[in-house]
Design a protein around this ligand. Structure first.
Ligand code: NAI
Length: 351
């Protein structure tokens, strides 16, 4: 995986911290407690964005936040709220664009056994900057209906597809994965997703042949196969919108959105976060599951070549959940975020 300049493991690692909206501050507190217990050398610069940015600075992505990430090139971020259909554009999408975070790495690993599916160990690698997410959308007015027709344009480029596919293939090799599956819809969107498929096949032949098995699958069939037999997959690599949907599906295989982290990675910056959103329905109740953000913090430690601390964090999460049986409501337990955090910190201190 490309490393940021911060990955040289200096004594202190400057990093931006965005607590975010909804349950964000609650789960970020849990992550900070765990990272402190691990003695992680991050030097946090706390910033705001999303709804909190609008409320406090009149901007969902304030200049100070951008300046901070421009300096640190590394961030841990809580979820940011985005209004649906109208309102400001997603701060998440803008952050990815601003720092050219073209790869979205979303691993899904079973931590709590006994769910609907056991022993899941999948990675979704999602293209993060192109496709139907570029926001080129408009309405056409007919008669007195200003929204009579809605149009969206998707853009995938050869260069954008290639760098993402190269990232996914290199990640598969570096982490000893056996199979990579390119997910597409080139039978219908022949140009938009055909270019991604074509580029992947060409790249594999030219540079990666024999290093892992390459398969291709159409997105709809992939969704069905993931539910029937997820173990047939290893690394899934796909375009922006498909990757967004598939990574939520895959999160469902390992106990839900509370269990899946994500890394947004570019050539010289990286932002780590939970896959889930701000969960406004449970915000402020102290019952959110911080595991996804904790696993994102573990990815951040890996990224900074602090693999020993990352391994201790993952082991402590597993022990708190499975041995101490301290689980939040989404995992069928009754514990609060604070109770889980206390159990986790105790596990870290004893590791
Ligand atoms: P959501 O992921 O916030 O919530 C979906 C469901 O999962 C809710 O029932 C929620 O309570 C539950 N859930 C999510 N995380 C949980 C956790 N850690 N522990 C326990 N339960 C959890 O998705 P939703 O409601 O569609 O989006 C809410 C807001 O979040 C929207 O404004 C959306 O734009 C934003 N969002 C932000 C993301 C980001 O910052 N990366 C990603 C996804 C959504």
């Amino acid at each position: 995986m490309p490393q940021t300049p911060a990955a040289k493991t200096p004594a202190r690692i400057p990093a931006t911290l965005i607590p975010g909206d909804g349950i964000g501050p609650e789960i970020v507190d849990a992550a900070l407690a765990a990272l402190d217990a691990l003695g992680a050398p991050f030097e946090w610069d706390r910033q705001i964005a999303g709804l909190e940015g609008v409320k406090s600075a009149g901007d969902p992505l304030p200049t100070a936040t951008l300046a901070s990430i421009r300096r640190t090139r590394l961030a841990l971020k809580g979820p940011l709220e985005t209004p649906s259909a109208g309102g400001y554009r997603s701060s998440n999408v803008r952050l990815r664009e601003e720092f050219q975070l073209y790869a979205n790495l979303r691993p899904a690993v079973t931590i709590v056994p006994g769910g609907r599916f056991d022993n899941i160990d999948l990675v979704v690698v999602r293209e993060n900057l192109e496709g139907l997410y570029i926001g080129h959308e408009h309405y056409i007015k007919i008669d007195d209906d200003p929204h009579a027709v809605a149009m969206a344009t998707g853009v995938n480029t050869r260069q954008g597809s290639r760098r993402l596919l190269e990232f996914a293939f290199a990640h598969a090799v570096a982490t000893g994965r056996k199979k990579v599956t390119i997910v597409h819809k080139a039978n219908i969107m022949k140009a938009l997703t055909g270019i991604f498929l074509e580029t992947g096949l060409e790249l594999y032949e030219r540079k990666f042949k024999g290093k892992f098995v390459l398969e291709t699958v159409i997105i709809d069939a992939c969704a069905m196969k993931l539910v029937l037999n997820p173990w047939q997959f290893d690394v899934l690599v796909t375009t922006n919108l498909f990757g967004d949907i598939l990574s939520d599906l895959v999160a469902g295989l390992v106990g839900g959105l509370g269990m899946t982290p994500g890394g947004n990675i570019g050539a010289d910056a990286a932002i780590f976060e939970a896959v889930h959103g701000s969960a406004p329905d449970i915000a402020g109740k102290g019952i959110a599951n911080p595991t996804a953000l904790l696993l994102a913090a573990a990815m951040m430690l890996d990224h900074c070549r602090l693999q020993d601390k990352a391994a201790r964090l993952r082991a402590a999460i597993s022990a708190a959940l499975n041995v101490d049986n301290v689980k939040t409501g989404d995992l069928g337990g009754k514990s609060t975020t604070a109770e889980f955090t206390r159990a986790l910190v105790a596990r870290i201190n004893n590791s």
